[in-house]
Design a protein around this ligand. Structure first.
Ligand SMILES: Nc1nc2c(ncn2[C@@H]2O[C@H](COP(=O)(O)OP(=O)(O)OP(=O)(O)O)[C@@H](O)[C@H]2O)c(=O)[nH]1
Ligand SMILES: [Mg+2]
Ligand SMILES: [Mg+2]
Ligand SMILES: [Zn+2]
Length: 389
């Protein structure tokens, strides 16, 4: 993400176009409240959405601004306000003044309500990945206080999901465009959401390990690390949970035998196994079993995922990066046949000094599954399946 370019745009009085790809490409214009001018605010109003000031909900509540009833994960409105020394509060100049006064830290006594500036409460980008939360992170990474003016961008007909219109608008006015996903990624790089919670010995039949549990504020799941020390550059296995393969001895996949082999290798060389709670390539256990239903009817693992409305692989390795960071690891020798895992770690700045294949057992049942992974998901399983290791 080109933060310099974004900062320059702000200094020129131009808002940033922030796209939410998860919500069918909805775009908001975003600008720091602390430096807003009536001119920029007036420019933003042509977007035709609802101009709001986003701030951290906790901070807002501390200062006496209060919430309006809303359901979980819906837009989190607080009472709308006007700064007391405005006339009606609606003009661009007066709304800009109200916004600045909030960004200055004034509490509710200095405002009339309801007023003409809507307030949105941000609950943290780890809890909600909306425009409100992303715009606050964006402000912070650009060196501004966590107060953002945001407004949805509507097209000529008043529609909010027109990618072409959004692009043209940005080009015409020379506004930078970024996505919530890009913001989130940058936040994961910069901040720490995970810390070591507990650490104990774990003697196992493969050797003497340590087991580490984490306090995890990123996806709130209970991931685990199994560690064998000492190591210089650790051998790292990032293993996604597979209840059926890992613990129920299913022959449908190679997960259980990969897990065993990884633990053996790590026991010998020193390293870390991250056990990630991303069952079924991220779709969860019950959906994986639904996918197995379809596989029983003859569809392959990729087709089954798609028929259920999922991508072929729904995993996100942000949390793996955060776990490694919490363990002080920035260089790894990665045990995998999956190029996607290497790419994911490298994007976060982890140095993958070596990629080491890790094969499980092939049998009659899992061969078609492994072939589908090789042919459709690009996994490097050729030596295993063609026995030419
Ligand atoms: N959706 C879905 N998930 C499956 C299926 N079979 C196994 N899985 C899941 O696939 C994941 C495999 O995880 P890993 O072995 O860590 O990763 P990988 O993509 O095989 O990559 P490697 O590092 O090369 O092993 C686990 O979460 C399994 O639960 C299936 O048929 N459908
Ligand atoms: Mg929105
Ligand atoms: Mg695997
Ligand atoms: Zn499995």
């Amino acid at each position: 993400m080109d933060l310099e370019k974004l900062r320059k745009s702000i200094l020129e009085g131009k808002p940033i176009v922030l796209i939410d790809e998860d919500r069918e490409v909805e775009a908001d214009l975003v600008y720091p409240a602390e430096t807003i001018t009536p001119q920029t605010l007036n420019f933003m109003l042509q977007a035709k959405g609802m101009l709001c000031l986003a701030m951290d909900e906790e901070e807002a509540l501390r200062r006496g601004f209060f919430k309006l009833p809303s359901k979980d994960n819906e837009t989190n409105f607080l009472i709308s306000v006007d700064y007391k020394e405005t006339f009606t509060g609606i003009s661009a100049e007066e709304r800009a003044l109200t916004a600045k006064k909030i960004a200055e830290g004034l509490s509710i006594e200095h405002f009339r309500y309801p007023g003409h500036l809507h307030l949105l409460g941000g609950v943290g980008i780890n809890r909600r990945k909306g425009h409100t939360e992303a715009s606050l992170e964006l402000m912070e990474m650009l060196g501004f206080k966590r107060y953002a003016l945001i407004i949805e961008l509507l097209d000529e007909e008043g529609n909010s999901h027109n990618f072409e219109f959004i692009q043209n608008f940005a080009e015409k006015h020379e506004l930078p465009v970024i996505t919530i996903k890009e913001v989130l990624k940058e936040v994961v790089k910069r901040k720490n959401f995970v810390r070591v919670f507990a650490e104990a010995n774990l003697p196992s039949k493969y050797g003497a390990f340590k087991i580490v549990a984490f306090e995890n504020q990123l996806d709130f799941k209970e991931h685990i690390a199994i560690i064998k020390e000492p190591y210089d550059v650790p051998l790292v296995r990032i293993h996604s949970e597979c209840l059926t393969g890992d613990t129920l001895a299913s022959l449908k996949c190679d997960c259980g035998s990969q897990l065993a082999n990884a633990l053996k290798m790590i026991a010998q060389e020193g390293g870390i196994l991250l056990y990630l709670r991303q069952e079924g390539r991220g779709i969860g256990l019950k959906n994986k079993i639904k996918a197995y239903e379809l596989q029983d009817k003859g569809f392959d693992t990729v087709e089954a995922n798609k028929m259920l409305g999922f991508n072929e692989d729904e995993r996100d390795f942000s949390v793996a990066y955060q776990l490694l960071k919490a363990l002080g690891v920035s260089k790894v020798k990665l045990l995998t046949n999956n190029p996607g895992k290497v790419k994911a770690l490298e994007e976060f700045g982890i140095e993958v000094v070596e990629v080491i294949p890790i094969f499980g057992e092939v049998n009659k049942v899992n061969r078609p599954y492994l072939e589908a992974k090789m042919l459709k998901l690009g996994h490097n399983l050729k030596p295993l399946l063609e026995g030419e290791e």
